[in-house]
Write a protein that binds this ligand. Structure first.
Ligand SMILES: [Zn+2]
Length: 119
């Protein structure tokens, strides 16, 4: 019983410590969020303005990809012969097609739109 009581006391002390850590982390996060809030609003507004000039079909596809992509990126570059989103290998012929910029090419594994790094 004594050992169990000790274990409970230790766990409680640990819990208190973690709680105060959590509090300070939450405060930190709140600060970061409020710092970036203004930029976020500006960028959202800019995105809304740009969306007007984009073909509806493409915009819908773009938003669908973004929603499903784990990192939230719908457009990625080819990096070291691989998709910048899912890191699966892109065959050389496909890379040439991407570089030619004649049509929208998507990754056959994750569906993200692939562009060359210059674009
Ligand atoms: Zn991919």
């Amino acid at each position: 019983m004594k050992a169990k009581q000790e274990a409970v006391a230790n766990s409680q002390a640990f819990l208190e410590e973690r709680k105060s850590d959590l509090e300070s982390k939450k405060k930190e996060l709140d600060n970061i969020v409020s710092d970036t809030k203004e930029d976020e609003e500006k960028l959202k507004k800019k995105a809304k303005d740009i969306e007007k000039d984009i073909d509806d079909r493409l915009l819908t596809a773009f938003k669908r990809i973004r929603k499903n992509a784990r990192n939230g990126l719908a457009v990625v570059t080819v990096e070291r012969d691989a998709c910048g989103g899912c890191f699966n290998k892109i065959p050389p012929q496909r890379q040439l097609d991407i570089q030619s910029r004649k049509k929208v090419i998507v990754c056959e594994y994750c569906g993200r739109i692939l562009v060359d790094s210059e674009l």
